[in-house]
Design a protein around this ligand. Structure first.
Ligand SMILES: [Zn+2]
Length: 144
């Protein structure tokens, strides 16, 4: 299922907070970045103000591989985003570095159409829409 984009400049844009800024800064560069607790080493979900393991609030930013596993998939036939033609395929993917962290991404490749939960995915970011790049399922890397 291939989706098409028209005028995506009207898409609502996220507002970075102290917690989400590393994620959005990484997204602007096309890389997946999250914070890792400096005290216990646990990876933190983008919105977590403190480490869910030790309540630490000192983090270091880490670039992740983008490798993930499919957890779930939903096809939205309504037009939930201005400027984007539907249907939208929204995917939940558990990160390779910590499967307890599940990110949401769009699948515009159709890769997940026949995939089962647990299938290997590669996450990255799409082109700039408005002022941000949003998480996307990427085609598999060439094996050659
Ligand atoms: Zn911690």
């Amino acid at each position: 299922m291939k989706q098409s984009m028209s005028d995506t400049s009207q898409r609502p844009q996220p507002v970075a907070t102290a917690e989400t800024r590393p994620f959005w800064d990484g997204a602007a560069e096309g890389v997946l970045c999250l914070r890792r607790c400096a005290d216990c080493g646990r990876l933190a979900a983008p919105l977590a103000p403190r480490c869910v393991n030790c309540l630490g609030d000192v983090f270091k930013v880490e670039t992740l591989s983008g490798r993930a596993q499919l957890k779930g998939r939903c096809v939205v036939h309504l037009q939930p985003l201005p400027g984007r033609d539907g249907p939208l395929v929204i995917v939940e993917a558990a990160l390779h570095e910590d499967p307890r962290i599940v990110l949401i991404a769009l699948d515009e490749t159709g890769i997940t159409e026949t995939a089962l939960p647990g299938a290997a995915l590669r996450l990255g970011f799409g082109p700039v829409e408005g002022s941000h790049r949003f998480a996307m399922v990427l085609p598999p890397e060439d094996q050659g």
